[in-house]
Write a protein that binds this ligand. Structure first.
Ligand SMILES: [Zn+2]
Ligand SMILES: [Zn+2]
Length: 356
């Protein structure tokens, strides 16, 4: 039986561990149909620290091949109804509500006396305020703020996305280990100073890359969903091409849903039925109990490398075809795929848990 892939988040709703030959159990949820919708989960306007009015932000995404964008201002909840009255079109474009919860956490040993624990609230119905005066939580860990803010976001009908953990070298990996399954996190953020690739300071202290963080968390049996987005702040045409500004159009997700509605997009995000991209387009993505299968849409004469990755970030297999297939053995712990092309563009698919 081959099933359309849905992320394992759906198993919380409907347990669906599929046995193969009595040996292998891969968490492959029931069939899902749908179209692919391209979207951005992180954008700012003049309503916080972006540089153009919010309608110009929306217009940019609408005129650049996107199907949706969330508006995620710092501590400001955007009423998207007037924007949708102007810009929405059935199954072609939609503006989604949200915000950035700009939590800081006091840490006197850290430069500036605080660490940044920003999260996005996606699909919420009201403002969620961070803890503490001037957004500064005291006497608590970053992990504790994630737990509190995640609950507040769920209470407001939304989904939490953990943002840019390496911004100002803020979030220790240990603080991400207790995030609930199906939490979104920024695997790739287009802002130039959030350091997706991590780094080591002059004393040898390592802050791991976002992708290494993901493998560490997945290897512990947790299932986070990796997002690529813009964190766009700079939209003025005269600044196009300035690599030091947070311009739009650098990273996005393709979400599989029946229709372009807030409910359908949020449900797909909750079950992990999406992949992240900086340019590579997938025609299809399917996981059956025994196989993880992609189909890449070729662009020009670019060449592609697909790496299937399992426990510990180990590369299980590679493929240079447009239809890479990985045959699941049952020993992988989890399986995900990373696709790169000869011009440096990337795609990352979500992990599925595998166990005997
Ligand atoms: Zn932020
Ligand atoms: Zn932001």
């Amino acid at each position: 039986m081959r099933t359309r892939w849905r992320g394992p988040g759906a198993s919380r709703v409907m347990p669906c561990v599929v046995a193969l030959g009595g040996v292998l159990a891969a968490e492959v949820p029931a069939a899902a149909q749908g179209r692919w919708f391209k979207g951005n989960t992180h954008a700012h306007s003049l309503n916080s620290d972006g540089d153009v009015p919010v309608d110009e932000v929306v217009r940019w995404y609408r005129t650049h091949g996107y199907h949706f964008t969330f508006i995620t201002e710092h501590e400001y909840f955007t009423d998207v109804a007037p924007l949708n009255a102007l810009f929405a079109a059935a199954n072609r474009f939609l503006v989604l509500a949200g915000q950035e919860v700009t939590q800081r956490v006091e840490d006197r040993s850290h430069p500036g006396g605080a660490r940044q624990a920003h999260v996005n609230a996606l699909g919420t119905n009201r403002l969620v305020l961070p803890l503490g005066e001037r957004n500064l939580a005291t006497g608590m860990s970053i992990a504790a703020t994630f737990a509190r803010n995640g609950q507040a976001i769920r209470d407001a009908g939304g989904i939490m996305q953990v943002n840019h953990p390496n911004f100002l070298w803020s979030v220790p990996l240990a603080d991400m280990m207790d995030l609930p399954d199906s939490t979104l996190f920024e695997l790739w953020n287009g802002h130039p100073i959030v350091y997706n690739l991590g780094g080591t300071d002059s004393t040898g202290h390592v802050m791991p890359s976002t992708e290494a963080r993901w493998d560490s968390i997945l290897s512990r049996g947790k299932l986070l969903f990796g997002v690529a987005d813009d964190d766009s702040h700079s939209f003025r045409p005269e600044d196009a091409g300035n690599p030091d500004l947070a311009r739009p159009g650098r990273g996005w997700i393709w979400v599989r849903a029946d229709t372009l509605s807030p409910t359908a997009i949020l449900d797909a995000l909750r079950r992990g039925d999406f992949y992240s991209s900086t340019g590579i387009v997938l025609r299809d993505l399917r996981v059956s109990p025994g196989e993880y299968r992609l189909e890449i849409t070729p662009a020009g004469d670019r060449r592609y490398l697909t790496e299937f990755i399992g426990h510990g970030g180990r590369v299980l297999a590679t493929s240079t075809t447009l239809r890479p297939v990985y045959r699941i053995t049952g020993n992988e712990g989890y399986v995900r795929a990373r696709v790169s092309d000869s011009s440096g563009r990337m795609a990352w698919t979500q992990a599925v848990r595998v166990r005997r």
